[in-house]
Design a protein around this ligand. Structure first.
Ligand code: CA
Length: 389
């Protein structure tokens, strides 16, 4: 006979509560731009749906429905006012940290904050030569990522704000390390310790939409982009991607670009031809591939006709969570070299995102031996970009 506790015991075991909680499914619903949301909202409620949050940037909602309604949701998807209904898909940050080396002979203790070095990537794109003209001062740079280590001695002077999309009451501090690494490549402070960023005076804003494991939902990325638009970010670094297209994400990016935000996106770490990820595949952004110290394609870098530009992305040393430093590789690391370069340029000039992207591409250094699906316009060049406008 199977075990079946009496009702009182079931309650004690918490089984009633678990059984009573209905199973739900979350969907993003996007309404056609020229149509009113109210009729679609009524349809959502008619399917016993609940609106978790509104997403004005895309004229849409994140909704939750009981699973038993799933079969009937097709009616909602086919409603003439609905542009798209899709799952709230996951995006992933795109880097690998160097595996710990086998323990060797004992090393002398390292000082907590080592003397400042200039990363090979920052040097390769000739960023220091641009600093007499521009350091990114006053330019608002959004880092849409896992957060930033807010009290890092090599970053905090440049961190001017941020938001935690995952938990609005919490700070956007970095519980993964990826966002801090990206932030340091863009704008680590020129202060004699650690590293120095491409634009060492740029203003960093931590937009935390990715969790401690480096995963983020499309709906949270959209809310992060909404925050970026509302708070006047001039350029947003997006070192993440997914193999899956999303009407919701494409709409958010189109609308944010229309409102003047430049989007710099990692191409992906698929290591093969025609493997550029989303959102790097969208034409309004600049997609970044990764090179190594020998000016070759990094073996892991995605390639394809959507590549806009190349940047150093292999064995990049930068800031990390908890006040640390780490070496990492990925198109995640290439992307902030381009974002920093754009921050330098935006200190001197302003323009529509398409013109900004055109100027960065126009100043790129063609690398011999690499095709356009690998390097796009070429290797990003910081002083050339500042002068080239
Ligand atoms: Ca420093």
């Amino acid at each position: 006979m199977s075990y079946s506790p009496q009702p009182a015991r079931r309650r004690r075991l918490g089984m009633v509560a678990r059984q009573a909680k209905p199973q739900t499914v979350q969907k993003i619903v996007i309404v056609n731009p020229d149509q009113d949301c109210s009729e679609v909202k009524e349809q959502i409620f008619a399917q016993h749906g609940r609106i978790i949050k509104e997403m004005p940037l895309v004229n849409g909602f994140l909704c939750e429905f009981p699973v038993q309604e799933l079969a009937r949701l097709q009616t909602l998807a086919e409603h003439p006012a609905v542009l798209a209904m899709e799952d709230d898909a996951l995006l992933q940050i795109m880097c690998f940290f160097r595996r710990p080396l086998a323990p060797g002979p004992a090393q002398p203790a390292q000082p907590a904050q080592p003397a400042q070095t200039t990363g090979w990537g920052v040097a390769r794109i000739h960023a220091p030569e641009a600093w007499k003209d521009a350091t990114g001062r006053g330019v608002k740079v959004g880092v849409l990522d896992t957060g930033i280590d807010l009290d890092h001695p090599d970053l905090k002077e440049n961190i001017k704000g941020g938001v935690n999309i995952l938990e609005s009451a919490a700070s956007p501090d970095d519980d993964n390390g990826h966002g801090s690494h990206v932030a340091g490549i863009i704008a680590a402070v020129d202060n004699g310790i650690g590293v120095v960023g491409v634009a060492p005076r740029a203003s960093l804003y931590a937009i935390k939409a990715f969790d401690a494991n480096g995963s983020g939902k499309v709906s949270d990325v959209i809310t992060g982009l909404e925050w970026a638009v509302k708070n006047g970010m001039q350029v947003v670094n997006m070192s993440f991607g997914s193999p899956q297209d999303s009407t919701a994400l494409r709409t958010a990016i189109t609308n944010a670009v229309q409102q003047g935000v430049v989007m710099v996106v990692a191409a992906g770490n698929e290591g093969k031809n025609d493997s550029v990820m989303y959102p790097a595949r969208y034409p309004q952004v600049i997609a970044v591939s990764a090179t190594n110290k020998n000016d070759q394609m990094a073996s892991f870098s995605s390639r394809g006709p959507q590549i806009g530009i190349a940047a150093p992305g292999e064995e990049i040393y930068s800031t990390y969570k908890n006040g640390g430093y780490k070496t990492a590789s990925g198109t995640s690391m290439a992307t902030p070299h381009v974002t920093g370069t754009i921050a330098l340029m935006l200190e001197k000039h302003t323009g529509a995102p398409a013109d900004v992207i055109k100027a960065v591409k126009g100043a790129a250094e063609k690398l011999p031996g690499l095709g356009p699906t690998e390097q796009g316009a070429g290797l990003v060049n910081a002083p050339g970009t500042v002068r080239n406008w």
